[in-house]
Every structure is written in structure tokens, then in C-alpha cells.
Design a protein around this ligand. Structure first.
Ligand code: G1P
Length: 291
């Protein structure tokens, strides 16, 4: 059973400056919740309750967000606003949170390696909070889907989606043997290839399940694309020696690392999640009132 989930959150968020000058980019809100909370909710839904963060300087707000604010709770008690804290309070009660720091920015592979002590010798998930994933119509989140794939194959799993050919340079891109039902057994993996060098248009998005041997593989991985230690290269070693599965998930994904994706996600969540929740709440309140 997978119980752990790692969030690399040390990045600077330069694309959102000046908003991210003194605030972590993961705390930017999509409507009324910070981006990182959506990722933790997705992990919680998948039954991953040991949450580790690889943070950096200037990221304390994330640790504060996943801790109880007694002062605030006391302040709003009896004001009718208590329910606004329910979602975060439930996450805090149901999960354990630990933090470690990445002192050097040497790439995603290095960030994941920095979380080794938090994840230990168990398989674990990785969430890049920039990628906001909204559950499929049946309500099953992307991580919950991936946990099932892991249980079937017992090897690392990456989430993929088809992207236009002129976008492949932004992603890790896979090639694989098509096994049906959106599953591929990975045969090749290239970090941010040019359009000409891309092995396909199947791009890795920010959801992974990794077996713990990944840590030794990362340690032996030389800096790759852009001089950074790439998780894609370490995963390629796992694929060569054993197995890595790629999975075309069900649901929607927004690239909230870009301004356009962030705005798109905001509009989507406002219309399809926030307004619906409000309408449901109003209906419940009305029922209660008429009793
Ligand atoms: C990272 C990974 C890349 C992956 C992407 C998904 O890149 O290195 O393989 O496709 O996340 O969001 P980054 O976006 O951090 O540059």
C-alpha cells in the first residue's frame, strides 16, 4: 500500500514575480484555496497520508498553512465563517506533514533525492503542485488512479497526456509499448526534447509514483538537460533495468506554472467547483431552515 507523498516546493516561481517575491508560488490561490492544498487534497483522496515537503528559503507559509491556527479559529468562532476552514482543518487532522529543505537548486531529481529521509524505503507519490489536476467525472483523482496502476504493476508510474508537437520542449516525453486502456510500458524518455528529437507527443505531467530504488538511481545520475539532475533520466534507468509504466490519466490538468494556465484553472474551478459548492450549500441551508 502506498501511504506517502512528496511535494517538491522549493522553486522560486519567477514567472509570477512580483507576486512571488515574498510569498511561495504554491500559496497563490485558485479561487479560495492555495494551489498546494489542491495537491494535498488529491493525495488525501488517494489514501496518501504521510505528506513530505521539500521546501526552501521563503517557504514557511506552506508549513503554517498545514498547521492549526488556534488564534484564527478562536477569532472567527461564532461568526458563521468557521466552515471556511473546514477543508484545511480536515486535511490537518487526517494527515501527517513533515518538511525538509533543499539548499541547492539542482533540478527536480535532486529535489526528490532531498526528500529521501522523509520517504524512506517505501514506494511514494510525487506531486508537482504547479500542475493542478481535476478529478475525472466519476470523481476519481489522478493519484488515486495511479495508485491502482502501481498495485497492478509494482513499478514506477508516470502520468502522461498528449500535447501539441510545438509544446513537447516543455516536458519529459516518453515512448512506450501501447498496452491499451491508456497504459504504456516505457521504452524511452527524454527531458524537454526539441520537436525533432521528441520520441512522441506523450508528455509527463507532475504526478509520479516512484519505487524507492529511484534514490540510488538519482545519486548516480549526472546533471542532464539545463545542467540539472533530471528525474526523467533516473526513471529511464529504471525503465531499462526493470519497468516504468506511463498512464494517460482521466481528468483535467492545468499548467498553473504559467500565467495562462493559472487563469484558465481559476475560471474552471470558479465555474465548475466553487459555484457548484455554493449552490449545494445554499440548498442545504434552505432545507435546514424550512424544517
Ligand atoms: C518537470 C519535469 C518534466 C515534466 C514536468 C511536468 O519539469 O522535469 O519532465 O514533464 O515537470 O510539469 P519543470 O516543469 O519543472 O521544468
Amino acid at each position: 500500500m502506498i501511504k506517502k507523498c512528496l511535494f517538491p516546493v522549493a522553486g522560486y516561481g519567477t514567472r509570477f514575480l512580483p507576486a512571488t517575491k515574498s510569498m511561495p508560488k504554491e500559496m497563490l490561490p485558485i479561487v479560495n484555496k492555495p494551489l498546494v492544498q489542491y495537491g494535498v487534497e488529491e493525495a488525501d483522496q488517494a489514501g496518501l497520508s504521510t505528506i513530505g515537503f521539500v521546501t526552501g528559503r521563503g517557504k514557511r507559509a506552506i508549513a503554517d498553512h498545514f498547521d492549526i491556527s488556534y488564534e484564527l479559529e478562536a477569532e472567527i468562532k461564532g461568526s458563521g465563517k468557521e466552515s471556511l476552514l473546514t477543508s484545511i482543518r480536515d486535511l490537518i487532522e487526517n494527515n501527517d506533514f513533515s518538511f525538509t529543505r533543499q539548499n541547492h537548486m539542482k533540478g527536480l531529481g535532486h529535489a526528490i533525492l532531498s526528500g529521501r529521509n522523509l520517504m524512506g524505503d517505501d514506494p511514494f507519490a510525487v506531486v508537482l503542485a504547479d500542475d493542478l489536476c481535476v478529478a475525472a467525472e466519476d470523481g476519481e483523482g489522478v493519484l488515486a488512479q495511479m495508485v491502482k496502476i502501481y498495485e497492478q504493476f509494482r513499478c514506477s508510474v508516470v502520468a502522461i497526456q498528449e500535447v501539441p508537437a510545438d509544446q513537447v520542449h516543455k516536458y519529459g516525453v516518453i515512448a512506450g509499448e501501447d498496452m491499451g486502456n491508456g497504459l504504456y510500458r516505457v521504452t524511452d524518455m527524454v527531458e524537454k526534447p526539441s520537436q525533432e528529437d521528441a520520441p512522441s507527443n506523450l508528455a509527463i505531467i507532475g504526478r509520479y509514483i516512484l519505487t524507492p530504488d529511484i534514490f540510488d538511481k538519482i545519486e548516480k545520475t549526472e546533471p542532464g538537460k539545463n545542467g540539472e539532475v533530471q528525474i526523467t533520466d533516473a526513471l529511464m534507468k529504471q525503465a531499462q533495468e526493470g519497468c516504468v509504466m506511463a498512464y494517460k490519466f482521466r481528468g483535467k490538468r492545468f499548467d498553473c506554472g504559467s500565467i495562462e494556465g493559472f487563469v484558465e484553472a481559476t475560471n474552471y474551478v470558479f465555474e465548475n467547483v466553487y459555484l457548484k459548492d455554493q449552490a449545494e450549500q445554499a440548498e442545504q441551508d434552505q432545507k435546514k431552515g424550512s424544517k
